[in-house]
Design a protein around this ligand. Structure first.
Ligand code: FES
Length: 290
């Protein structure tokens, strides 16, 4: 049902994602670092859900103060003002992180649902701001009405956001279920003569596709499927010591799969790799990969 309801928003959802993408492109390299900060590349998972907890919790605390006030508890006015201000500031940060994640959603149901989630929460955040202004100016029925109405809207937005994560798995590590083939001893995957230098190449390790690249005497091997949303790293570009995903530009260090740039926030699954008796051999996966 949510998919059906969100479908008419496709036009505005795509336009919004395009506008956010252009905004970051115009900012250039600083924009890339700003995007990394808001995505959560530094944190190891998305920042957005961390902030949503502050908004939902803050709104609930403000409502609790209002209920206590209606039972005759006095002296809560300042607490309500400050709680609403904190909640609204967290809502602004949540919108910024959400829009940054949103621009890389897949066109179709995933983006439409994400668009509906964002629009509901933007309206709810405007309502929270208005409630804060009303509470600052005057006591009365308008403040509680705006607060409770905005909170209900916020809860609906949170439900739709949960649908996006649990049904579509957006911003969930693509390797979360650890389906990659494990090899205890080094196993050959390709004759080294078939691996052109500095050329991302896809090879099969049983059912798992790997991306391998040769640089001088060294070879690197990562899972081919990007941890962000499943893009093929073997179709990406080698830039410095990283491989850049062709879908949304996440950059992973080839030596160990560490995230250098988002939107990916999870380390790419990596394998030990070597050249041995004319073969490229891999072993792993190694280390903590999820
Ligand atoms: S799939 Fe999104 S950056 Fe790779």
């Amino acid at each position: 049902m949510l998919e059906r309801l969100a479908r008419p928003l496709a036009g505005i959802s795509n336009a919004l994602a395009g506008a956010v993408d252009r905004f970051y492109r115009i900012l250039g390299r600083p924009g890339k670092f700003f995007q990394d900060f808001l995505n959560g590349a530094w944190l190891g998972h998305s920042v957005h859900p961390v902030l949503t907890d502050v908004v939902v919790g803050g709104g609930l605390v403000a409502i609790l103060f209002v209920i206590l006030g209606s039972f005759g508890v006095t002296g809560l006015e300042d607490a309500i003002d400050w709680t609403l201000l904190l909640t609204w500031l967290a809502a602004v940060a949540t919108i910024a992180t959400g829009l940054t994640d949103y621009k890389d959603t897949a066109i179709g149901n995933e983006r439409n649902i994400a668009g509906a989630h964002g629009m509901i929460n933007i309206v709810a955040s405007i309502g929270l701001f208005k409630a804060w202004l009303v509470y600052l100016a005057e006591p009365g029925w308008l403040g509680p009405t705006l607060l409770i109405g905005s909170y209900l809207l916020l809860s609906l937005g949170a439900f739709v956001g949960g649908h996006l994560v649990f049904k579509y798995g957006y911003m969930v590590n693509f390797h979360a279920f650890g389906g990659e083939r494990r090899v205890r001893d080094f196993a050959p995957v390709l004759p080294v003569a078939e691996l052109a230098p500095d050329t991302p190449t896809r090879v099969a390790l049983g059912p798992t596709n790997l991306f391998v690249v040769r640089r001088g005497d060294l070879v690197y091997a990562l899972a081919d499927t990007c941890s962000h949303a499943g893009g093929p790293l073997s179709k990406g570009a080698v830039v410095g010591d990283t491989i850049v995903c062709p879908w949304h530009g996440s950059a992973f260090r080839m030596a160990d799969g560490a995230v250098r740039h988002g939107p990916a926030t999870s380390r790419q699954v990596s394998y030990a790799a070597r050249i041995h008796e004319g073969q490229v051999e891999v072993q792993g996966p190694r280390g903590v990969s999820r």
